[in-house]
Every structure is written in structure tokens, then in C-alpha cells.
Design a protein around this ligand. Structure first.
Ligand SMILES: Cc1cc2nc3c(=O)[nH]c(=O)nc-3n(C[C@H](O)[C@H](O)[C@H](O)COP(=O)(O)O)c2cc1C
Length: 380
């Protein structure tokens, strides 16, 4: 979709999701849209944000508003950050390079996933925009150390250690579609791919994406189990301390929901916490990010940056998170729907939608800066 089409048909994040559904083979749409178990938590993420009611100050006269913010010395145009999302390159050729360019152009942080389909070095070199690198703790600690030192050498400013993915969850939609490791595509799967000629044609520009950061040319289907086998379920605070000791610069722990663990992280020199249930893709039944947020904000000191993700689809959703004490919000699926629809322009459009909606919400609520957002905006 070009810009005109994005404006015409992708008028909101929900509209873009529906456009992505038309454009992507069903198995890839489901790979993004689906979640673990009965998909209770993924739904809860959205529902819990929606359930929060705010009381606007209609005569406060917020004629001009500012949503710009600063995080670790980076000036962000808006308090939204691109979340790490693996295998985006299945949706659009070189999707990560496109998304990184969009984030830089918009003025926010791009987070590279361990499973990006361009190397972390290629993504780092693509733009001058601020970037974070996401890593895991592997049984082979040398592999984790190697990811960290490569990220440092490539110029990433922040390191995200994701800690809620040490065991791969089972996602029913992927099982149904045969998108499992090792892959079991059935005839229906091939038909699904063949019936999306636009996607097939586009993907000829970057066929056979792989887990390039692992230095492998083996297919995703074949390498997936090798990668998954490396994830170490025996993760603990000593490992967090160890990764902290390897990295110079802000270290961000992704996937905490418990205030006590947030306090522990702070004590171990973690600079930021992403309150997250991995978009409902890991432990189904876990509390929503928005619900876990305030207790974590209260548990840590002022110096620890608290971020949140999961289910943010509207500008007003972001406003609510900021009012509960988050410094910014990460968006996962929305930017994937954007990239699936229009590559770089699609991701930029997604960021624009959020910024525009945040601005309108602030105008209607009578909040002229994000400093005005605190818990007093919520209905008693
Ligand atoms: C397709 C997909 C792939 C993801 N891959 C990763 C990943 O590689 N590393 C990671 O830390 N989180 C990953 N996530 C989780 C996101 O970073 C984020 O926590 C989540 O998507 C936020 O919820 P939202 O999609 O409702 O915005 C992924 C999410 C999706 C949808």
C-alpha cells in the first residue's frame, strides 16, 4: 500500500490489521495475530486497557500539546517504541530494515529481535536512529556473550534481555497451520501461500529468510528447534547480573510482571523494565501488562524506567499507560501489520496514527503535556 492507500484503507490500527489479513497468507497472519493457549491473555491485554475510564478536564484549554519525551538521552517524538518481533522478514522483504528506517524517520527507538532476518549489524548500519538489541539467555553462555558484544560493536545503545521466553509456548493457530518446528506444511498450507500472489511476488525480492544472527543459512523450519533448544529455562538473577556486567549502557529487562522481581532487577543494576506478557504469546493466564503496571511503578525508584507493552492499539491506550506511570509503550503487532501492508511507509503510518491519536486524546482530555498525565485522570 502506498501512502494514499494507507490513508484511505488503513485509517486506524484495527483497519490496518484487517488489511494485513487480506494481504498475508493465513498462516503468517495467524503467526502474528495468534497467541498461547486459549488466547485469554492476549484478549485481556486489550480488554484491561479498554476498561480503564478517564475523566477529561474539558475547560483546561490544551490548545497546544507536546507528547515528545526523552529516554536515556534520546529525544523521542512520541512515547512509543518499536518492540522486538522475530521473523518480520516473512511478512515483507527486509522488513526489519524498513521498520528501522521508519522508526528513525519518525523519531523513536527501534528494537532489533534476536530473530531478525537482516543481521543486527545490517540493521544498525541502516539508520542513525536510536536502536536497542534484544537477546536471550542461552544454555551456551558464549552465544549470549557473542550477541551482546556484537550489539555493542554495532553501536546499539540499549540491550533488551527478554526473560519470559525461555520455554517456547504452544500456539494453537500455528499448530493448526503447520507452522511448527520442524515445519509441517500440508497441502492446505501451500494453497494458502499460492493464493496470495501479491505477497509471493514481493517476497521474491528477499526469498528464504533465515535466523541470520545465528550465522546460519539453514531454513527457519529446520533451525527453529536448534534455537529453541538453546533457550535456558534455568535462568536466575545471577544470569541477569552476568549479562549486566557484559553490557555498557542501558540494560532493559523485558517480560516482568511481578513487583518483587522488578525491585530485584533494580537492585542488580537494570536500568529499565518492560512490563510485558509477550503479547499473550507465552504464559496464557498471565496478568495483562496494563494491570501489572502500577504496582511495578510503585515498587521501583524514580531512576528505573518503566515501560509497558501488550494490546496498545489506540493513542488513548498509550495515554492511560503514561498516566499509570509508564515512560513509554512498546508496540508489537501494530508495526507488523504496518510493515505487512506497506513496508517502511506502513510502519511510519502506524507511528503517525498513534501520535495523531495521542495528540487528539490529550486535546480532548485537557492535558497539554505528558507531564499532566497521572493517576488523577482516572474515574474513581
Ligand atoms: C510475531 C511476533 C514476534 C515476536 N518476537 C519477539 C522476539 O523475538 N523477542 C521478544 O522479546 N519479543 C517478541 N515478541 C513480543 C513483542 O516484543 C511484544 O512484547 C508484544 O508483541 C507486545 O504486544 P502487542 O503485540 O499486543 O503490541 C513478538 C511478538 C510477535 C507478535
Amino acid at each position: 500500500m502506498n501512502r494514499a492507500a494507507l490513508q484511505r484503507y488503513g485509517y486506524s490500527i484495527h483497519a490496518l490489521r484487517l488489511e494485513a489479513r487480506k494481504r498475508l497468507p493465513r498462516m503468517l497472519f495467524d503467526m502474528v495475530d495468534g497467541a498461547a493457549g486459549d488466547e485469554v491473555t492476549v484478549k485481556r491485554n486489550v480488554d484491561d486497557i479498554a476498561a480503564l475510564q478517564v475523566v477529561p478536564k474539558v475547560l483546561a484549554g490544551a490548545a497546544t500539546r507536546s507528547q515528545a519525551t526523552e529516554l536515556f538521552g534520546h529525544k523521542l517524538a512520541s512515547p512509543i517504541i518499536v518492540a522486538p518481533t522475530g521473523l518480520a522478514g516473512l511478512l515483507w522483504p527486509h522488513a526489519e530494515l524498513s521498520a528501522a528506517r521508519a522508526a528513525a524517520r519518525f523519531g523513536t527507538i527501534y528494537t532489533t529481535s534476536h530473530a531478525s532476518t537482516s543481521t543486527m549489524e545490517e540493521i544498525a548500519a541502516e539508520t542513525k536512529g536510536p536502536k536497542w538489541m534484544q537477546v536471550f539467555l542461552y544454555k551456551d553462555r558464549g552465544l549470549t556473550a557473542e550477541f551482546v558484544s556484537r550489539a555493542q560493536a554495532a553501536g546499539y545503545q540499549g540491550l533488551v534481555l527478554t526473560v519470559d521466553n525461555q520455554v517456547m509456548a504452544v500456539r494453537d493457530r500455528d499448530a493448526r497451520n503447520g507452522l511448527m518446528f520442524p515445519m509441517k506444511l500440508r497441502a492446505r498450507g501451500f494453497l494458502d501461500l499460492a493464493s496470495h500472489p501479491g505477497w509471493l511476488l514481493r517476497m521474491r525480492r528477499a526469498p528464504n529468510p533465515t535466523f541470520v544472527n545465528y550465522g546460519t543459512r539453514t531454513s527457519i523450519g529446520a533451525f527453529g528447534p536448534v534455537m529453541a533448544e538453546q533457550l535456558d529455562p534455568d535462568i536466575g538473577w545471577k544470569d541477569v547480573e552476568w549479562v549486566r556486567s557484559l553490557w555498557q549502557g542501558p540494560m532493559i529487562l523485558k517480560g516482568l510482571l511481578d513487583p518483587q522481581e522488578a525491585r530485584e532487577a533494580e537492585a542488580r543494576g537494570v536500568d529499565a523494565i518492560i512490563v510485558s506478557n509477550h503479547g499473550g504469546r507465552q504464559l496464557d493466564g498471565a496478568v495483562s501488562g496494563i494491570r501489572a503496571l502500577s504496582a511495578i511503578v510503585d515498587a521501583v525508584g524514580d531512576k528505573t524506567v518503566v515501560l509497558v507493552d501488550g494490546g496498545f492499539r489506540r493513542g488513548m491506550d498509550v495515554v492511560k499507560a503514561l498516566a499509570l506511570g509508564a515512560r513509554a509503550v512498546l508496540i508489537g503487532r501494530p508495526q507488523l501489520w504496518g510493515v505487512a501492508c506497506g513496508g517502511e511507509e506502513g510502519v511510519h503510518w502506524v507511528l503517525e496514527i498513534f501520535a495523531r491519536e495521542i495528540d487528539r486524546a490529550m486535546a480532548l482530555g485537557g492535558w497539554d503535556g505528558i507531564g499532566k498525565l497521572d493517576r488523577s485522570i482516572f474515574a474513581a
